[in-house]
Write a protein that binds this ligand. Structure first.
Ligand code: SF4
Length: 382
């Protein structure tokens, strides 16, 4: 039995908050799967991630913070910004909607789209044509909701000899643990391949599981995860840093210790993206650095990679990192030289110009401006 942190708050909403909640409900749909519904009733940390909040009506951020500046090579469901990775989204729907989702305006709009056979064939031709692509990330929505489509995609991906690493991103282990059957885990494990004679021909498939709070590691979730782990499929745990949910070292430490205890490899701690309706979740970037500093005395295996994400790519920050701030239109941005060359980004993303809030420095690297959050307490909106 997991230890539930705190019951959901029963605070009455103010009149203004009730009005704002109505606006939010009109704009962003909400959905909670039956398995998750039970947990939402028990845990405040889980409830905050799925129950629409009036604070979502506070305008902040952009509609699609990650998509800006990408053309996707004209193929629905394909994305690329890095040299060695391509991203596929075969099925764009989730069985619950996270309020902080960086695809919020699309996912929470209930846009259930599938890659057609033509889209899949075109994406495969694109990946096969560039031997620099070693990793294919299959994401969503949630790829595990349509296992038949996922299997079709995987069957074609493994035909491409230079792809060595396949990662499937999911939250469905949390949303619908009952849907993670032995058959599904078996199907995924079948795509692992070790070539002992010629290791360069080996291929690994792994799962990236997003969990944000220790309360989410329920017995059913652990059992579902074990279906993969016991078949040799690595699960990497990734977490979004969110105000009032997990923005303290104790919670992150406990979550990561529990990951390690049940066989999940800690991977990323993401700063919450600047998407509209997520202002109330967003801490400062510095907050995550401070948390990692507090985790520094512990074993190295308890330290995830802390990153914030821009349309150009991930920016890794950590203890000792100095952030440069600039003010634009009254808001605080973090200015940073990225490790990404502008020419590379334009080639991989199939674009002719950089996204807004990005520029090129004298060495040809991209300078990015990332909207910071804050660590102010949330106030009752009266
Ligand atoms: S599981 Fe991922 S894609 Fe789906 S709503 Fe949550 S954050 Fe968005």
């Amino acid at each position: 039995m997991s230890i539930i942190s705190k019951e959901p708050s029963k605070r009455k909403l103010s009149e203004r908050e009730r009005q704002m909640q109505q606006e939010v409900l009109k704009r962003f749909r909400s959905k909670v799967s039956p398995s998750l519904g039970k947990l939402v009733k028990e845990s405040e940390a889980v409830a905050k991630q799925f129950i629409p909040s009036p604070y979502e009506a506070l305008e902040f951020g952009t509609e699609a913070p990650f998509e800006e500046g990408k053309n996707n090579h004209g193929i629905y469901g394909l994305e690329r910004i890095y040299e060695d990775r391509a991203v596929l989204t075969p099925y764009f729907e989730c069985s619950a909607y996270c309020r902080y989702c960086f695809k919020k305006t699309r996912t929470l709009g209930g846009e259930a789209k599938r890659m057609s056979d033509e889209n899949i064939d075109a994406a495969m031709r694109y990946i096969a044509s560039d031997s620099r692509i070693k990793t294919v990330l299959i994401t969503g929505g949630d790829p595990f909701i349509d296992a038949e489509l996922l299997e079709r995609v995987l069957t074609q991906v493994v035909e491409i000899p230079h792809v060595r690493n396949i990662r499937v991103g999911t939250r469905n282990i949390l949303f619908q643990p009952e849907a993670i059957t032995d058959e599904l885990a078996e199907m995924i494990a079948r795509f692992n391949h070790i070539d002992y004679e010629n290791p360069k021909n080996s291929r690994n498939i792994s799962v990236g599981l997003s969990l944000n709070h220790p309360d989410e590691l329920t017995p059913d979730v652990i059992r579902a995860a074990q279906r993969f782990i016991s078949r040799g499929v690595i699960i990497r745990g990734q977490t979004v840093l969110m105000k009032g949910i997990n923005d303290d070292a104790k919670t992150i430490h406990e979550l990561i210790s529990m990951f390690l205890a049940v066989g999940i490899v800690p991977y990323y701690l993401f700063h919450c993206m600047p998407v509209v309706g997520a202002k109330h979740f967003r801490t400062s970037v510095q907050k995550g650095i401070d948390i990692l500093r507090e985790l520094s005395p512990f074993s190295g295996s308890t330290a995830p990679h802390y990153v914030y994400v821009t349309p150009i790519g991930k920016h890794r920050v950590g203890p000792g990192h100095h952030l440069d701030y600039v003010e634009i239109d009254g808001l605080r941005y973090i200015k940073a030289k990225t490790p990404y060359k502008a020419t590379d980004f334009l080639e991989f993303s199939d674009n002719t110009k950089l996204p807004p809030l990005h520029e090129i420095d004298e060495d040809g690297y991209v300078i990015s401006y990332y909207l910071d959050g804050d660590d102010n307490e949330l106030e009752v909106l009266a």
